[in-house]
Each structure stands twice: as C-alpha cells, then as structure tokens.
Design a protein around this ligand. Structure first.
Ligand code: GTP
Ligand code: MG
Length: 228
C-alpha cells in the first residue's frame, strides 16, 4: 500500500454517515448559493440590456459598449475568505465577500460611466452598499474604474433574497489599460522597479488623456450639430 492509499483509507474510514451527510448538504448549499449569485448577475445584466435597448431607440448613440459577468471560482472564494481571516463556510462567504458575483459595464465615454451609474442607483430595488471611485482617485499604479457594491433582490418561488454584486464601470480606454496591466502584473508576485511602475502610470495617464480628449471632441461635435 502506498502512502497515498493509507491516507485515503484513513480519510474514508473517518467519514461516517453523519459526516458524509454534512458534506453532501454543504455542497448542495454551496451550489444553491452560487446559483443565487448567478441569478443576481442575470438581473443586473438585464437591467443594463434594458437601458441599452431604450437608448437604441431614444438616443443617437449607445453609452454601453459591452457587458461582462463573472462568478468567482471556488478556489478564489476559499483563498479570499481565508486571506481575510474568516471561516470557509456558506454564511461566511455570503456575509464577508462582496465580489462573488461581478458585472463589468464598459462604456464609450467617461461621462457615460457616471450617467449609467446614477441611472442604476435611481432604480428602487437597488441598494448601494459601497462605492469606490478610482476614476476621480486612481490607484497608485494608475488603475481607473468606478466600483460599486450593490444589493439586488432575486425572486425565488417562495422567497425574496437580497444578493450583493460588484459592479465595475469603465471606459474602453480604462478597460484596455486594466486588461493589459492584468496580463503583465496584477496579483502576480513580482515587485516592479520604480521605473516600471512609473511607465505603467504614464500609460494610465495617456489613456486618461485619450478619454478626456474624446469626451471633449464628442461634446464639440454635438454642439456643432445643434447649431446647424
Ligand atoms: P480584490 O480583493 O482584488 O477584490 O480587491 P478589493 O476588495 O480591495 O476591491 P477593489 O475594488 O480595489 O478591486 C476589485 C476588483 O477591481 C479586482 O478584482 C479587479 O477586477 C479590479 N482591480 C482593482 N485594482 C486593479 C488593478 O490595479 N489592476 C487591474 N487590472 N484590475 C484591478
Ligand atoms: Mg475582487
């Protein structure tokens, strides 16, 4: 018998009926919780699709470029609760993590980010839990986006549940920078030299300048159209 086999035997013999029941029960609860988060993401995604639909018939342009959703993986969930010093239980995941469900709304212009964020917050089923404006106050590395944690109700057959979702709003330029930076460094254990950090920040400034100039250009063109 190999060491692994011995270990497996010991493990299996330590799982009695009760323990097995607990494991099964937890996995069902876990799957159920994840499905609630998926429902909440679907609700939010629908809200943005509805807005996009409305904009497409009542405005001359569309503020929403694309919408992405993601559910945190079980491994990332476990690592995050443990990193924060909490227990890895269903209650703890739901109570302590704000970003199990995430939706990212990518807009054409910076102004659209704030218009859409305001529009969402005005909807009476949405509650704002936390907001971080990394556009007005970019992170040290240059990261920009508007982050909100909101709670949204989902309606199940016999109950209504409030679920938390992380909503990230950004422009196409902010998204390009973040996607590239993510591939280069985000959450990797590398320490950037001050020169590398400065270069990253410089690229973020260039991307912010692009947003600013395109926003101004759009406003000038629209003013000119109104005059004509
Ligand atoms: P996390 O533990 O990473 O979720 O961070 P947090 O709880 O402090 O929240 P924060 O609002 O700062 O960031 C949440 C999410 O924003 C991350 O999971 C990323 O998707 C994105 N994000 C934050 N900072 C950066 C960054 O420097 N670069 C990139 N590419 N994305 C970032
Ligand atoms: Mg996160």
């Amino acid at each position: 018998m190999s060491k692994d086999d011995v270990y497996r035997e010991q493990l299996l013999s330590s799982i009695d009926e009760e323990a097995l029941g607990w494991i099964k029960e937890k996995s069902i609860e876990y799957i159920r919780l994840m499905s609630y988060y998926r429902c909440a993401m679907m609700e939010l995604e629908t809200k943005f699709k509805v807005l996009r639909e409305q904009y497409s018939i009542s405005h001359d342009r569309n503020p929403i470029n694309s919408i992405q959703t993601r559910l945190k993986s079980p491994k990332s969930i476990r690592e995050k609760v443990e990193r924060l010093g909490f227990e890895h239980t269903i209650e703890s995941i739901e109570g302590n993590l704000n970003d199990v469900a995430g939706i990212r709304v990518i807009c054409a212009f910076k102004e659209d980010v704030y218009v859409l964020a305001d529009t969402l917050l005005k909807q009476d089923d949405i509650k704002l839990i936390k907001i971080k404006d990394y556009i007005k106050n970019p992170k040290e590395n240059g990261y920009r986006s508007l982050h909100m944690i909101v709670s949204i109700p989902i309606f199940l057959s016999h109950e209504k549940r409030e679920m938390k979702v992380e909503v990230q709003f950004r422009t196409i330029a902010m998204d390009s920078w973040a996607s590239m930076e993510h591939q280069i460094v985000y959450k990797k254990d590398v320490k950037l030299t001050p020169e590398m950090q400065a270069e990253l920040d410089k690229c973020a400034e260039l991307s912010a300048e692009l947003d600013e100039r395109m926003d101004n250009l759009r406003k000038s063109v629209s003013e000119k159209m109104n005059e004509e």
